[in-house]
Design a protein around this ligand. Structure first.
Ligand code: OFO
Length: 168
């Protein structure tokens, strides 16, 4: 059975994943309004993934006999000015979430809650993928010329991201 403390930590992580989902939605809206429909599509798909992460945690709490809780998320209020900044926000966001996942791993070790430790490993692996994906976006944009990329290369990148796999 989950300890009270672990349940609270997992509920906070549910909220964090939901918050991430809102952030990606907001970045997607920004990208679309700038004319980058492909990048927007990519970010919207990512928003969906984050929501799934939240639900995965909710289900885990239920499976362990706990009581999850849906909490308020705040409206994202920071918009990027450029595509580079947008992708950097994605990376920062993922790094921050990786730290949160590591805190869950640490807590599960301290409590000798091996079931949660094992559950958290899925997220450890997922964060490696997500950071890699974000780094990859930044690299691709750099190759295209960064914020000074020509319209053609941004168009190509946008088209690529329209259908890019969610993992690299
Ligand atoms: Fe939930 O994986 Fe990104 O943050």
């Amino acid at each position: 059975r989950l300890s009270e403390a672990m349940q609270e930590t997992l509920i906070k992580q549910m909220t964090k994943e939901n918050q991430a989902s809102q952030t990606y939605l907001s970045l997607g809206i920004w990208a679309d309004t700038q004319g980058y429909g492909g990048i927007a599509n990519f970010l919207f798909r990512h928003a969906q993934e984050e929501r799934n992460h939240s639900i995965k945690i909710m289900q885990y709490i239920l499976e362990r006999g706990g009581t999850p809780r849906v909490e308020t998320v705040v409206a994202p209020n920071k918009f990027p000015k450029t595509i580079t900044e947008c992708f950097e926000m994605v990376l920062e966001h993922e790094i921050d979430n990786t730290h949160a996942i590591y805190r869950i791993v640490n807590q599960s070790m301290a409590e000798q809650d091996w079931a949660t430790w094992n559950f958290a490993q899925w997220f450890v692996k997922e964060q490696v993928e997500e950071e890699k994906l974000a780094l990859n976006l930044i690299d691709k944009l750099k190759i295209a010329g960064g914020d000074r990329a020509s319209d053609e290369s941004l168009f190509a990148l946008d088209k690529y991201l329209e259908q890019a796999p969610d993992e690299v």
